[in-house]
Design a binder for this molecule. Sequence first.
Ligand code: NI
Length: 255
Amino acid sequence: MIFESHAHYDDEKFNEDRELLLASMKEKGVEYIINVGASLRSTKETIALTERYPFIYGAVGVHPSHTGELNEERFAWLEEQCRQPGIVAVGEIGLDYYWDEPEREIQKKWFRRQLLLAEKEKLPVIIHSRDAAQDTFHIMQDMKCENIGGVIHCFSYAKEMAEKFLDMGFYLGIGGVVTFQNAKTVKEVVNYAPLDRILLETDSPYLAPVPFRGKRNSSLNLPLIAEEIAKIKKTDYDKVIEETNKNARKLFHID
Ligand code: NI
């Protein structure tokens, strides 16, 4: 069955039908979901989702674009949340230079702090990195991330960068972008990366695959992503589902 490694079901775009949608996951073949925190508020809502649904696990963390809200007191709260049952990762954390705010030094400071937190709590990390490949990699190298482990979510860099993150022991999160016709770089990366280092993800409600591009995304679209990966790697659809499930369980320590 399908393992969804990255979604945001706390998002207000799911307010109207969240219960109904999540209740349909099992029968549609989605076995587990990681709901990923991106701010203090969504971390709180992620924990509530893990308490309500036994098949939802959570990641707690603050996305680089929201690091402006962090201070020592709030960080101490975040640290406590790592010990909630059902929390399996720290994320999404990283660097996002597509946006000018918050300034880069603030993003870097809290990226490092959250990496340290993950190391201390013995949790893998979910990395968000946009237009910041070199800085992300250098900080991860400096922080010895090979001992922490994790996934580069929505991997969008070139093959050369993929090689470096794979060498560090990281997984690559592949989502709807791989189905876009002009996504040559991601298709190349999928062809290059071994299947035992790929995770399936949607980043719902964002990044819906073709033919739903621009619409609200959900984990029910994961078969479209798995089909594309199978096509690129010239392998079976079932094998992609099975292997990526195995990879995610291993990374997030879910039996
Ligand atoms: Ni995300």
